[in-house]
Design a protein around this ligand. Structure first.
Ligand SMILES: [Fe+2]
Length: 401
């Protein structure tokens, strides 16, 4: 079978007549990136040649839907850039033309989201200064989207990038000891949702419906007397991609020391005092300050209420839970940064990602910025085959570059 990348290279050389006279394929140029990293092939950019109307984009998608989905498998993310896409309905239409079975509920999310259409939501409304660390969407939930998409409705004035990471490359950039730990010790995800946040996390489901949902997905859970709930599940976050057999390494926001590496790397965007905080504070003090900040952020109506939390542990052979060490968190944060594709949003961009293969993040932003999101093709990671672990940069018979 021909290597899909080779096929695409030939296609690029034969452009523009092989696929369509209406579109061009490329990778991001350096001037479109805000940070230059080792990642050069994420995402695949599709742009118009002359006519950039939505009708042209619709035509391309209708004619070559399978081809686009093959590229999504090969590269992990596709960026439609330069087409006239105007709103949530058109964004939704693009995904439907790609045959994505969109979800209309957003259970288990932790961010407040506003529904724009029945299947399109606003992305996280997290505070603009905050970095949302790299993660795969709904990673603590076994049934999760295999496709995730973003649409840039209002281009940020400054910053507000959504870095993306090929998690196979990331995994093989980690030290053998951290690879070994991730591959052999299940991660245990423990989520706590206080009563007053159930409405955000479970979108108006009743207590009975939440119980049913958690049972269906195989969570262990416990309702507290005050109506809050703890639920947890454990698994090894590595598996074989269902179509490409590549390694998928699913990321959660595990430790504030991971995202600290990101704050350090974009320190110039913050004040001198903040830079000192991110760079020089001892790790234990940094952790306890970060925890206090999270609690302070949840003061509602003048009263301090508990916030929703997600704690992640490694389960050892004797069943004990241990946290990621300081050194491991730093290593992971540094490797994420090194492997991330970080680029500026442009009005009308549509980024479609394979949520199993590619993780995403959000850097600090300046208002105004409006990014919409939609997702679908739900899959159960408990049905995935275990990852075929490579040695010396090889996975199966495929050599990593
Ligand atoms: Fe996300």
């Amino acid at each position: 079978m021909t290597d899909p990348k080779l096929q695409l290279m030939n296609t690029m050389q034969n452009f523009p007549f092989y696929i369509s006279k209406d579109m061009r394929l490329r990778f991001l140029r350096d001037d479109e990136k805000t940070v230059l990293s080792t990642e050069k092939e994420l995402p695949l950019v599709i742009e118009p040649v002359q006519e950039n109307s939505f009708a042209v984009l619709k035509g391309l998608l209708s004619e070559s839907r399978d081809w686009f989905n093959q590229q999504l498998d090969t590269y992990g993310a596709i960026l439609f850039r330069g087409f006239e896409v105007e709103g949530a309905e058109q964004f939704q239409k693009v995904l439907e033309l790609l045959n994505v079975q969109l979800e209309s509920v957003y259970h288990f999310g932790s961010a407040h989201r506003v529904r724009i259409t029945d299947k399109v939501f606003t992305s996280s409304e997290a505070p603009p200064d905050m970095i949302i660390a790299p993660h795969n969407e709904l990673n603590m939930v076994p049934v999760r989207p295999s496709v995730l998409a973003f649409f840039c409705q209002v281009q940020p004035d400054l910053y507000g990038e959504t870095p993306i990471i090929n998690t196979e490359k990331l995994f093989y950039n980690l030290s053998p000891s951290l690879q070994h730990k991730i591959a052999n010790f299940p991660q245990r995800f423990v989520r706590y949702v206080p009563n007053h946040l159930l409405e955000i996390v479970f979108e108006n489901l009743s207590r009975e419906e939440i119980t049913k949902l958690l049972q269906e997905q195989g969570f262990v859970f416990n309702w507290e007397e005050d109506g809050s709930i703890y639920f947890e599940c454990s698994y090894i976050p590595l598996f074989s991609h269902p179509r490409t057999s590549r390694l998928c390494f699913c990321l959660s926001i595990v430790d504030c020391l991971v995202s600290r590496e990101w704050y350090r790397n974009i320190g110039q965007r913050y004040s001198f005092g903040q830079r000192l905080y991110y760079n020089w504070l001892p790790a234990n003090l940094y952790k306890s300050f970060q925890q206090r900040l999270t609690t302070a952020a949840t003061v509602v109506d003048g009263s301090q209420k508990r916030t929703s939390t997600l704690d992640t542990y490694f389960l050892t052979e004797d069943g004990h839970s241990t946290k990621m060490t300081e050194a491991e968190a730093q290593e992971l944060g540094k490797a994420e940064w090194k492997n991330a594709a970080i680029f500026e949003w442009q009005q009308g961009d549509i980024l479609v990602m394979d949520n199993l293969q590619v993780a995403h993040s959000r850097l600090n932003t300046k208002l105004k910025r409006k990014i919409l999101t939609a997702f679908g093709n739900m899959c159960n990671i408990r049905h995935m085959k275990p990852a075929l672990l490579a040695t010396h940069g090889k996975i199966g018979d495929r050599v990593l570059d």
